[in-house]
Design a binder for this molecule. Structure first.
Ligand code: ARG
Length: 261
C-alpha cells in the first residue's frame, strides 16, 4: 500500500516537474513573440543616473520610481519588461528609430520633444533647483553671474540654462552626459552650480551635504512615459496610469520614492 502510494507520488511529482519545465520553455518562446507575431517583451530604456527615479543598486539592479512604474505598466499589459541603460541624450533617438518601445526616465513632456515622440499623460511633476556646495555664496539666479553652471546634456535644464544665460544673467555653461558626474563635478569644484530636477536635487543635497535654491523661472511640464510616434501603447498606458491614479497605486509609489515638495 505504502509502496503503491509512493510510486504514484513519484509519478505525480515527475509529471509536475516535466509540466513545469514545459511551461517554462513555452513561456520563454511566448515572451519573444506570440502566435500573431505580437511582441511579448516590452523594451524600455532609461538613463539610470537619476535617483530616486532611476539608478542602480550596488549589485547593478535598476531601482527607483520609474522602474517600479515601468514594471507595473508591463505587468498590467501582460508583457515581460526589459530595461536598457542609455545616456539621457540618446533616448529620443532610440525611440525615433524604434530600437525601444518606451522610455521612463524622469522625462519632461515638452512641446519640443512632442515633435519627435509621443507622451503618455503626466505622472509626476517636479520643479527645478540649483545645487551648490554648502558654503557657497550663490543664493539667487543673479549670483550666477560669471560662475560656471553644469547641466545634463539633452535635458530641459540645458535649454533652460541657455535661456537664463541669454535673458537674465551671463555665466559659463558645462553640459555633461551623466547626472552623477554632474554632482561629482560640483563636489570637486569643477563647476560652481548644478541645475536639475528638484526631486533629484533634494536627494543629492541631503546625501552629499550640499545646499541649493529653487528655480523661480521654471514652469516645466511634468514627467511622462515617451513612445515612438504613433505607438499603440500610448492609449493603453494612459488607461493604466488612470487606473493607477484611481486605485492609489501611483500615490503608493510616490510615498515610497519621492519626498513631499
Ligand atoms: N526632467 C528633465 C528632462 O526631461 C531631466 C531628466 C533627466 N533624466 C535622467 N534620467 N537623467 O529633461
Amino acid at each position: 500500500m505504502l509502496k503503491k502510494w509512493s510510486l504514484v507520488g513519484t509519478i505525480t511529482i515527475s509529471a509536475m516537474l516535466l509540466g513545469a519545465c514545459g511551461g517554462e520553455s513555452s513561456k520563454n518562446e511566448d515572451a519573444n513573440s506570440s502566435n500573431n507575431g505580437e511582441k511579448k517583451v516590452i523594451e524600455m530604456a532609461t538613463s539610470a543616473d537619476f535617483p530616486p527615479f532611476e539608478s542602480r543598486d550596488v549589485e547593478g539592479n535598476f531601482e527607483g520610481f520609474d522602474i517600479d512604474l515601468a514594471n507595473y505598466i508591463a505587468d498590467e499589459l501582460g508583457y515581460e519588461l526589459k530595461i536598457q541603460d542609455m545616456k539621457f541624450d540618446g533616448l529620443i533617438g532610440a525611440l525615433q528609430t524604434e530600437r525601444i518601445d518606451m522610455v521612463l526616465s524622469g522625462m519632461s513632456a515638452t512641446d519640443k520633444r512632442k515633435e519627435n515622440v509621443d507622451f503618455s499623460t503626466e505622472y509626476n511633476h517636479s520643479g527645478e533647483m540649483f545645487i551648490t556646495l554648502k558654503d557657497s555664496d550663490i543664493k539667487t539666479i543673479e549670483d550666477l553671474k560669471g560662475k560656471s553652471l553644469g547641466v545634463q546634456l539633452g535635458t530641459i535644464q540645458e535649454d533652460g540654462a541657455k535661456k537664463i544665460q541669454k535673458e537674465t544673467v551671463d555665466f559659463e555653461m558645462k553640459a555633461v552626459d551623466n547626472s552623477n558626474v554632474l554632482i561629482q563635478e560640483l563636489l570637486s569644484k569643477k563647476i560652481d552650480v548644478a541645475y536639475m530636477d528638484k526631486a533629484v536635487a533634494q536627494g543629492y543635497i541631503e546625501e552629499q551635504g550640499l545646499a541649493g535654491f529653487d528655480d523661480p523661472t521654471s514652469s516645466s511640464p511634468g514627467m511622462a512615459v515617451a513612445f515612438p510616434k504613433g505607438s499603440e501603447l500610448v492609449d493603453q498606458v494612459n488607461e493604466i496610469l488612470k487606473e493607477a491614479e484611481e486605485s492609489g497605486k501611483l500615490q503608493e509609489l510616490k510615498d515610497k520614492w519621492l519626498k513631499e515638495e
